[in-house]
Design a protein around this ligand. Structure first.
Ligand SMILES: N[C@@H](CC(=O)O)C(=O)O
Length: 285
């Protein structure tokens, strides 16, 4: 099993060492799993529990003061599952995998996704906030009226953030990619970004897989993960594929983003046009 994980593309973190330790632990945990799908869910699961990342506990808070989680997963067999807009659900990656394995659908949203999580034994009603996110929220003054223009003006001013997590794994030619997030800070309640959208936040084919992070609307406009995997299919190596995808995004949009790519032979690549993106790789035969 070979695995690469990322902890989000954005500004340089003030605690890179502890974040790197968490990413190393996530990558190592994934390699102990029997299949690539189990590996990517286990890896992002470590980071959904680590409060410093924007996934699970510690995730971004939307403009109504609630943190909601999104995740998606895909394998080289075109199995896809995603779940989004889930308050109180830390293990979003597990819910995405349940959608993939247990339902005839590719994406389930909102309260219904939370009920589904409960049905599959995933803990719900988890407090997703931390001292850090509560303090950050308390320092903001969201618009409390019903005036949509006023609300949107505040959202436009405050919207942003990074630190989403993702993983791609390969084992004996089998591939899986997964991404998990709390979205971006101060988005409109119910906003869903790239992360649970197949081809945008995550993508996999027999050639390899990709997981993206950064400005979700721009990643979705570009279907960034698919762009990178298509380059693998065209014969590029993972590093070139990752660089190509980020170059295209930078040409077509103003967004900052990053991507990790792993091909069917276990070669890794990554690229970003933000200040920083931390990654970790691990291998176990
Ligand atoms: N892509 C995520 C944010 C991130 O990568 O941190 C989103 O827009 O929801």
């Amino acid at each position: 099993m070979q695995l690469i994980v990322h902890g989000g593309a954005g500004s340089a973190p003030d605690d890179p060492e502890s974040r790197q330790r968490a990413l190393d632990e996530a990558a190592a945990t994934g390699t102990g799993e029997p299949t690539p799908a189990a590996a990517v869910v286990a890896a992002i699961g470590v980071l959904e529990r680590a409060p410093r990342f924007n996934a699970g506990v510690g995730g971004a808070i939307q403009d109504d003061g609630t943190a909601r989680t999104d995740a998606g997963i895909m394998t080289d067999e075109r199995e896809v599952g995603a779940a989004c807009s889930m308050p109180g659900v830390r293990d979003a990656g597990r819910v995405a995998r349940a959608v993939m394995n247990e339902t005839p659908h590719v994406l389930v949203a909102g309260d219904h996704a939370v009920s589904l999580a409960e049905g599959f034994g995933v803990e719900t009603e988890v407090d997703l906030t931390t001292e850090r996110t509560r303090e950050r929220w308390d320092d903001l003054s969201p618009s409390d009226g019903n005036d949509v223009e006023e609300r949107l003006a505040w959202v436009r001013e405050q919207f942003g953030g990074s630190d989403t997590v993702g993983a791609v794994a390969v084992d004996d030619g089998e591939i899986a990619a997964a991404t998990s997030t709390g979205g971006r800070w101060c988005a409109l309640a119910g906003r869903v970004g790239d992360v649970p959208q197949v081809g945008s936040g995550f993508y996999a084919t027999p050639a390899g897989g990709a997981s993206a992070t950064g400005a979700g609307e721009d990643i979705a406009r570009m279907t960034l993960s698919r762009l990178a995997v298509e380059r693998l299919e065209a014969g590029d190596g993972p590093e070139t594929a990752a660089e190509h995808a980020i170059d295209e995004l930078a040409t077509e949009t103003d967004g900052g983003a990053g991507i990790i790519v792993l091909d069917d032979e276990g070669r890794v690549g990554s690229a970003y046009n933000t200040e920083a993106m931390q990654t970790s790789t691990a291998k176990q035969s």
